[in-house]
Design a protein around this ligand. Sequence first.
Ligand code: NAD
Length: 438
Amino acid sequence: MDLCIIGSGYVGLVSGACFAEVGHHVICVDNDQKKVDKLQRGEIPIYEPGLEELVHRNVAARRLRFTNSIEDGLDHSQVVFIAVPTPPQSDGSVDLTYIERVAREIAGVLKPGQYRVIVDKSTVPVKTGEKVADTIRRYNKDAEFDVVSNPEFLREGCAVPDLMNPDRIVVGSSSQRATDLMKQIYEPFRAPILVTDLNSAELIKHAANSFLSLKISYINAVAAICEASGADVEMVADGIGMDKRIGRNFLNAGLGYGGSCFPKDVKAFIAISRQLGTPFALLEEVERINATMLDRFIDKVRGALWVLKDKKIAVWGLTFKPDTDDVRNSVAIELVNKLVAEGAQVSAYDPKGAEKAVEWGLIDPTKVRLTKTPADATDGAEALLLATEWKEFANADLAEVKKRMHTPLVFDGRNHFNPETMRQLGFTYYAVGRPAAV
Ligand code: NAD
């Protein structure tokens, strides 16, 4: 099938490449000319395992191309996906200006007799699809189209496998014609397709991300109780998670959730529920618990080092999770900046995120020493703080790290290391919700 994706970021680009991989012809549109130029030169603007090969293979096979022209995209595609940002506003509600603009742009180029399915893949508040349809109709009386909601559940860091093997595909649609086309598009993926009405599909996405955030905050609250009682949250999480009704996923205690989705989607769901007159106070507690995790962690560091000013501190990890270069709303970045604000001398290492952290102005390279290897960051350090659980850190030569450090003190914000191994190596080791290993 001929598909168009408007917005070629983490969701749009990976979706476009995966649709092409299963045989569709895909045009990815973006209004960021620099990004389009890069993509046309074969450069991939984001890091996502497997994406580069996928894009190159499908461009070479002429199933994938890039443009800045929505008109070009719409002229050649029967189904048009929207994957533009839906950032939060200061009150937590969703900024829908990108979506509204795309709806107007679509209305501007839709030609009479050109039936198109407009599919919203961006994460949007319930009832947005209705507004998209109203907007297109308002600006183009002759437009023939249906609006469908098709929320995306990919996880950055494993977006390609997530898209190629989804747990489910949600299609919110009130038109049989549009639903049939959506089923045809997704047929090669051999995943269960849940067809719902438009509003339910939109709500599924916010409800799902809020529930996952709730699981994280739940285990983090349990971790605090473990610390106060001497229990081990990893054992508690195993014991809870082995119950099939609960599951072990997302029961990982640590510095809390971050990134471009969970914080904004929880905020959005709180705002949506409030606007609808059905406040969701439980989610406010989820946010509150999440916000305490970083301060609890830094308090632990202070407990060992006393004053942080002038202390040499190594931080491993800047991205919000491993296997991505995405540093948006990363707790690791917040950690680095809080340490710097207290006057600590921070050296940081991340396998993929340092460049974007500087490029996007999230880290000041004149205040943070960014190193080329994890071990380099630990030279003379009085403490090592692990903020992102990259595999590279688990495989690091910790004996070498210990030699380079001034004091063998490790604070593990993601419970990534084995406490017994750390003890045997001679570290004093603090994790989250676990007894210290000395
Ligand atoms: P992104 O910022 O990486 O990409 C968005 C792209 O849209 C950018 O390249 C931008 O230049 C482009 N764009 C903006 N306005 C445009 C316009 N008028 N015409 C053409 N292009 C335009 O964002 P993302 O992370 O891909 O997220 C997109 C949506 O998907 C958001 O609603 C997000 O909540 C949702 N989502 C994200 C993820 C994730 O892990 N990143 C997962 C699921 C859902």
